[in-house]
Design a protein around this ligand. Structure first.
Ligand code: CDP
Ligand code: MG
Length: 133
């Protein structure tokens, strides 16, 4: 069994899609093992997305991530990291598969409802930041 981290971003709360998203990961068979609701500080958001600090979208991304609450969910499942990335769908709007969370529900590029770890190393890095305190 493998673990991964899914984060419901502020637009999931704005659009009342929290239940819908959690339903989808439960239906897929993921087991929820940890959860944290919080308002990210700017500093914590910047540390979380440090890998993107030189990208042109970084400021917009950080402002979006602190615009409302987030819900971080650790789940367990077979091949969880790979399967969860499939379940959330692609980053680019035009590549988002129908049937995926982003493909079915997300409208924007920055406002894309969810984050999911894309590797074991990034999962370890991200879970430490989220659940540190
Ligand atoms: O979340 P994912 O791993 O699919 O994408 P990323 O390339 O790691 O980008 C992180 C986040 O930055 C995305 O989830 C979007 O919210 C945002 N982003 C953006 O605003 N503009 C882009 N051109 C790419 C990503
Ligand atoms: Mg990413």
């Amino acid at each position: 069994m493998e673990k991964t981290l899914l984060i419901l971003k502020p637009d999931a709360f704005k659009r009342n899609l929290v239940g819908e998203i959690i339903k989808r990961l439960e239906m897929k068979g993921f087991k929820i093992v940890n959860m944290k609701f919080e308002f990210l500080s700017k500093e914590k958001a910047m540390r979380f997305y440090e890998v993107h600090k030189d990208k042109i979208f970084f400021n917009d991304l950080i402002n979006f991530m602190i615009s409302g609450p987030i819900l971080s969910i650790e789940v367990e499942g077979e091949n969880a990291i790979y399967i969860m990335r499939k379940l959330i769908g692609a980053t680019k709007p035009e590549e988002r598969e129908m049937g995926s969370i982003r493909g079915d529900l997300a409208i924007g590029l920055t406002e894309d409802l969810v984050h999911a770890s894309d590797s074991k190393e990034n999962y370890e890095y991200e879970r430490k930041i989220i659940f540190e305190d």
